[in-house]
Unconditional design. Sequence first.
Length: 467
Amino acid sequence: MTSTINGGISFWYADAGIPAPREPLPGDASADVCIVGGGYTGLWTAYYLKKAVPFLNITVLEAAFCGYGASGRNGGWLYNGIAGRDRYARLHGHDAAVRLQQAMNDTVTEVIRAAADEHIDADIHQGGVLEVAHTPAQLTRLRNFHAVEIAFGEKDRELYSARETADRIRIAGAVGSSWTPHGARLHPVKLVKGLAAAVEALGVTIHESTPVTEIKPKHAVTPYGTVRAPYVLRCTEGFTASLAHHRRTWLPMNSSMIATEPLPADAWDRIGWQGRETLGDMAHAYMYAQRTADDRIALGGRGVPYRYGSRAATTENAGRTQPATIDALRAVLTRFFPQLAGVRIDHAWSGVLGVPRDWCATVTLDRSTGLGWAGGYVGSGVATANLAARTLRDLVQQDSGQSGPTDLTALPWVNHKVRKWEPEPLRWLGVQALYAAYRTADRRELTARTTHTDRLATLADKISGRH
C-alpha cells in the first residue's frame, strides 16, 4: 500500500502545485496602503481597494508565499458561518446580528461572483452545507441550532429526518441533519493562486519571502527594509503571534486534515453525496469534510489543538501532523462511512487558525494610527475573509475621505475589542483541558444516549468564552 504523504504544506498544493516565487522586498519602500499577509484576507483587501481606487499604491508583504497559511490548507468550505454572532447579538441587539448574518449569506454569492469575473477556476460547487447528528444529544443541539439559524434570518434552511438525511448522504448512524444553501465546496489553493494573479494584474505589488517582524503606525518592518504607508493592515490570522507584541492577541489553533484516494463510482453509488454538499457534524470536537472535484473525501478536525507558547504560528513543519491524528481522522471517516475501512489515505496535513479570547471575528481600523486588522475567524475564514476585506476597504475609504459610512462599516463586528489570552502556562493548560473535556463529552454522549448535552461540554463552553 502506498504510504500517506504527511505535510508538504497540504494536499491542495500537491494537486495544484507550488506557485513560482515572487521577489522579496528589495529595500525600504513606501506605499499608500501596506498589507501584511498574503492569504485570503490580505489578497481580497488588496483586490477590493484597488478596484475601488485604481490609483492607490498597494504593497502586500508575505512571509512565505501567498496562500502558505490557512488559505492553502483549509477544508474548502465557503459557507456563511461567522465566529461571534451570538455574542454580537447580546452586545448590539438581535437586529444587528441579523444584518451580520445576512452579510455572510451574501458573501458566499460574492466570492462565487468574483471568482467567475476573474476567471478563477477553483472547483466551486454550490451544494450547500449539511450538518448531521449522530446521537440523541447531538440531535437536540441540531434542532436548537436549526431554530436559531432561522431566527437569524435563514428562512431557506431545511431540517431533515434520518431518512431524508440518507437521501442526500448515507452516513452510518445519522439521526438527522440541517441543510443551508449558503455554502459551496471549493479548492482552496486554486482560489488563492487565482486571486493573487488577479491582484497583480490590477497593479498591486506582492513581495514574498518577506516576513514582517513588527507593525507600528505607518511602518511595516522586515529584515530587508521597512515599508512606510499611511495605512498598515494586519491580515495574518493564525500567524499573528509571530509578530512583536502580539504573542497573546490570537491563539494559533491547529487543525488537521486527510484526503483519501479517489473513490470509484460504485463507492459513490453506496455513499450518495451527489449534491457535493460540504459536510459537518454536531460533535463538540467536530469534523468537516467535502467531496473533492476528483472524487476524494477531504476530512478534517482538531488534532493537537495548541502548542505551548503559540509556537505553531512560527514552526509549522511544512504542515506535518501527528500519526495519532491521522488515525483519529481515519476513524471518523470510517465511522461515517464503514464501507471505506480499507481506503487509502493519500495525504495528511495541518495548519493554524486564529482564535480570539472571546471567539469573535473582528475588523478594525484605528483612525488615530492608520493601523487596521481583520481575523480571528475560528475556522470560518474562507468566506469571512472576503467580508472582512470589503469592510477594511470601506473603513480605509471612509477614513481617507473618499466615502462615507456604509452598511459594512456599521456591522457589529467592526472595531470590536478583545482582551488578550492568558500568559503561559495558563494558556496551554486551559486549551488542553478544554479539548480534553470536549472529547470526553463526545464519548459520554455516544454511550449515555441522553438527549442533553454533556455537562462537561457546557462547562467548557462557558470557560472558553465560546458561548
